[in-house]
Design a protein around this ligand. Structure first.
Ligand code: PMP
Length: 316
């Protein structure tokens, strides 16, 4: 049985709100057999202007781009999906939490050609605390370099956030946890650092921030882009470059960046301590990020999508 922590009264599907117990798919759905889904993960934070999703429009755009890569015709544009997300959180009485937009190939045919399988769009949400453990943001986590490589370019399109990609991530994550680490760091087929199983990665060396350049082995995370924008705002030098594995062992600071993981310091890699512990640049960027998503820092780019408290709020 699914953990009751994920349970909410309502789940949205293709324009309708379904009760939790009615939000089912058929076992013959294409997605169950072949991993044919694309999805997003978005956080909603309580702010002084009310509950707000962070970069919801950008997440919905990326969802549509992922669907485009897999030629899944989408009936809903970003505005439709944003409206539905607002309504979902209002109905579920959620003012903080995680939103999961999901587009799947449903039950139609079972050949590999997915054209006969209908595309279904789902929105669900649940409360989600710190992804990498309750003390992760403050104390940092222990990570390892995974023995699993990230997929090579032109194999699984890494810029598309597709369900199937996460088989690789699951192998990384299970290996890490089995060996006593919180998270695995993947290298690409060329042996250079790529990303974590569900986060991008940043290093700090002599006051400069670096992150692996997009090379077809990683997702272009929105948190990654937010961190780069914050660096520019805060006059911290930032570059996207090639990152050899050994830089993880000689960096002054390392941190993960992702919607679920937020900005999580990495305190050791392969049991080798990173620098002197959670470092000042990581701390400053983490604080700026949390201030931004919680509306305590000017939202100059319009990244906070405040949930309108419509007159019909509370219809549930
Ligand atoms: N890489 C992978 C593999 C991920 O699953 C995620 C989480 N979506 C990220 C990076 C970070 O992306 P974002 O900052 O957009 O959440």
């Amino acid at each position: 049985m699914i953990d009751s922590a994920f349970r909410t009264p309502w789940i949205w599907k293709d324009g309708d709100f379904l009760r939790w117990e009615d939000a089912n798919i058929h076992v013959m759905s294409h997605v169950v057999h072949y991993g044919s889904s694309v999805f997003e993960g978005v956080r909603c934070y309580q702010t002084s202007r009310g509950p707000a999703f962070f970069r919801l429009r950008d997440h919905m755009r990326r969802l549509r781009e992922s669907a485009a890569v897999y030629q899944m015709p989408m009936e809903y544009d970003a505005d439709d999906l944003m409206e539905a997300s607002f309504e979902l959180f209002r109905r579920n009485g959620m003012d903080e939490g995680y939103l999961r937009p999901l587009v799947i190939r449903g039950a139609g045919a079972l050949g590999l050609n997915p054209a006969q399988s209908p595309v279904e769009t789902w929105l669900m949400g649940w409360p989600w605390g710190q992804y990498l453990g309750s003390k992760a943001l403050e104390e940092g986590v222990d990570a390892c370099v995974s023995s699993w490589f990230r997929p090579a370019p032109n194999t699984f399109p890494a810029l598309a956030k597709a369900g199937g990609n996460y088989l690789n991530s699951q192998l990384m994550k299970m290996e890490a946890v089995r060996n006593g680490y919180a998270e695995g760091i993947g290298v690409g087929p060329g042996g250079l650092v790529s990303e974590g199983s569900g986060q991008n990665i940043f290093l700090v060396k002599e006051g400069k921030v670096i992150t692996p350049a997009l090379d077809g082995t990683m997702l272009d995370g929105l948190t990654r882009k937010t961190v780069m924008a914050l660096c520019r705002d805060m006059d911290i030098p930032i570059s996207e470059t090639r990152v050899p594995r050994e830089m993880l062992y000689t960096a002054d600071e390392v941190f993960f960046a992702g919607t679920a993981a937020e900005l999580t310091p990495v305190r050791s890699v392969d049991r080798i301590p990173v620098g002197k512990g959670v470092g000042p640049v990581t701390k400053a960027l983490q604080a700026a990020y949390m201030d931004l998503v919680r509306g305590r820092r000017p939202d100059s780019r319009g990244w906070l999508d405040v949930i309108p408290q419509a007159a019909k709020a509370g219809v549930a």
